[in-house]
Ligand binder design. Structure first.
Ligand SMILES: Cc1ncc(COP(=O)(O)O)c(C=O)c1O
Length: 386
C-alpha cells in the first residue's frame, strides 16, 4: 500500500500535504467575472451571467434548451415534476447512486423502485430493467405501464451516469419507450462525458447537471435542466422562477412556483469555469490513463470507460477483491493523508427507502463492497509550482 500512496503523491506533485478526493480549480477568469458581478450590483437572480452561462452550457453539451438552477437536486425535482410524475406514482432508478437522485423522487411524493446497475457502466442496466418490467410491468388501456404488485404507474425512469461513466442510454431508452416511461438522465457527475458521441443528459426527455463544489466544474452550488423540448424548457424556466408572469411592476404568479433559479454570482463563476472545461477533462483523462497503467502492475482493477463512451473520469475508481480489503485500503490511505472514499450505501439500505421495491441488485451489491474512489482533482503542474 505504501507504493500506492507514493504513486498518488507523485502524480499530484505533493510529497507531504493532504491529498483531497476532488478539489475545484480556479485558474481562469473567475475573479474577474465575480468582480464584474459585484461592480454591476447584479448578484442575485437577475444579471447577464445567467443567460451567458446557459448559452455556454447549451453550446458545449449540444442541448437545445437549458435552464440554470440553484443546484442539481432542484433541477431533478423540476424535471420529475414536468415529466408528469404525480404523488403516489413510482419512479424506477438505481440503488447505487448519491442520495439526491432518490430524494428528488420523494419530493414529488412518488416512490422509488430500484433495479440493478450494469457491471460495465455502474449505471442503470437496460437488460435488468427489461427483466424487471417483464415480470412486474403491465400495460393498461390508458397506454401507461403499471406495477402489477402495487397497482401504481411507473411514471419515469432515472438512470445515473455514475462517476462520469455513461450508461447504455440508447438501450435504456428503447426499453422505456416500449413501456411508455419517460427517461430523465441524472448527469450530475458526467459533464463532458459522451455515449456514442452524444453528450450525457441529452437523450432522455430531460437531463440534469450539478455544479456542486466537488464536480468537474463548479459554481459553488448550482445545477442545470437540459431538454430538447421547447415547451418543457419554457415551463422549467417559469416554474423555477416562482411562476411569475413577466410584468414591469405587477406580481402575478399563475401556479405554485419554486425559487430555484441560479444566481448571477454562481453563473459568473460558471462562465469562467466552463472556459477551462476541455482542459480539465483532458487532464483528468491523462490522470486516469496513468492510474490504469499503475494499477495494472499492482493487480488491482481500475474501472475504465465503457464501450462506445468517452468519460470525463470525474472520480477514479478501483475495485478491491472484497469488503475487508476495501476497508483496509480506506483505513490506510486516509490515515496517511490521501483521501479515499467507498461508494455510497445502497439506497434501499437507507431508512427512508428501505421499504421500496427492489429487483435483483447483485451488481450494485458487488460494487458497494468493493469500490474505492481515489484522488481525482485536475492536476495543474504550474499551479502547484507557484
Ligand atoms: C448523482 C447525483 N445526483 C444529484 C446530485 C445533486 O446535485 P447537487 O449537489 O448540485 O444538488 C449529485 C451531486 O451532488 C449527484 O452526484
Amino acid at each position: 500500500m505504501e507504493s500506492i500512496i507514493s504513486f498518488i503523491r507523485s502524480a499530484f506533485y505533493e510529497p507531504e500535504n493532504f491529498i483531497p478526493l476532488h478539489d475545484p480549480r480556479f485558474i481562469g477568469n473567475e475573479k474577474q467575472y465575480l468582480n464584474e458581478c459585484i461592480d454591476s450590483n447584479f448578484v442575485s437572480s437577475v444579471g447577464e451571467f445567467v443567460g451567458r452561462f446557459e448559452k455556454m452550457c447549451a453550446d458545449y453539451i449540444g442541448a437545445k434548451y437549458v435552464v440554470a438552477t440553484m443546484n442539481g437536486t432542484s433541477a431533478l425535482h423540476i424535471a420529475l415534476l414536468l415529466a408528469g410524475v404525480k404523488p403516489c406514482e413510482e419512479v424506477i432508478s438505481q440503488p447505487l447512486t448519491f442520495v439526491a437522485t432518490t430524494n428528488a423522487i420523494s419530493y414529488i411524493g412518488a416512490s422509488p423502485v430500484f433495479t440493478d446497475v450494469n457491471k460495465e457502466t455502474m449505471g442503470l442496466c437496460p437488460y435488468k430493467l427489461r427483466e424487471f418490467l417483464q415480470e412486474f410491468g403491465e400495460m393498461r388501456l390508458d397506454g401507461y405501464c403499471y406495477n402489477k404488485q402495487t397497482g401504481k404507474r411507473f411514471a419515469a425512469c432515472v438512470p445515473m451516469h455514475t462517476f462520469g461513466h455513461p450508461v447504455i442510454i440508447d438501450k435504456l431508452i428503447e426499453v422505456c419507450n416500449e413501456y411508455n416511461i419517460p427517461v430523465i438522465e441524472d448527469a450530475a457527475e458526467s459533464l463532458g462525458s459522451y455515449y456514442k458521441e452524444r453528450h450525457t443528459g441529452t437523450s432522455g426527455l430531460f437531463g440534469i447537471l450539478s455544479f456542486n463544489g466537488n464536480k468537474v466544474i463548479t459554481t459553488g452550488g448550482g445545477g442545470m435542466i437540459l431538454t430538447n423540448d421547447e415547451e418543457l424548457a419554457k415551463k422549467a424556466k417559469h416554474i423555477t422562477t416562482t411562476a411569475k408572469i413577466p410584468h414591469s411592476w405587477e406580481f402575478f404568479h399563475d401556479q405554485i412556483g419554486y425559487n430555484y433559479r441560479m444566481t448571477n454570482i454562481q453563473a459568473a463563476l460558471g462562465c469562467a469555469q466552463i472556459e477551462n472545461l476541455d482542459y480539465f477533462i483532458e487532464e483528468k483523462r491523462q490522470l486516469a490513463e496513468r492510474y490504469k497503467e499503475f494499477f495494472k502492475t499492482k493487480g488491482i482493477e481500475f474501472f475504465t470507460e465503457p464501450e462506445n463512451c468517452k468519460s470525463n473520469y470525474w472520480l477514479n475508481v478501483i475495485i478491491m477483491n472484497n469488503k475487508q480489503q476495501r476497508d483496509e485500503f480506506l483505513k490506510y490511505t486516509n490515515e496517511h493523508g490521501v483521501m479515499t472514499r467507498p461508494i455510497w450505501t445502497l439506497m434501499n439500505a437507507l431508512p427512508a427507502f428501505s421499504s421500496c421495491q427492489c429487483g435483483n441488485i447483485d451488481n450494485a451489491k458487488y460494487f458497494e463492497d468493493r469500490v474505492v474512489n481515489i484522488p481525482s482533482s485536475v492536476i495543474i503542474k504550474d499551479y502547484f509550482k507557484n
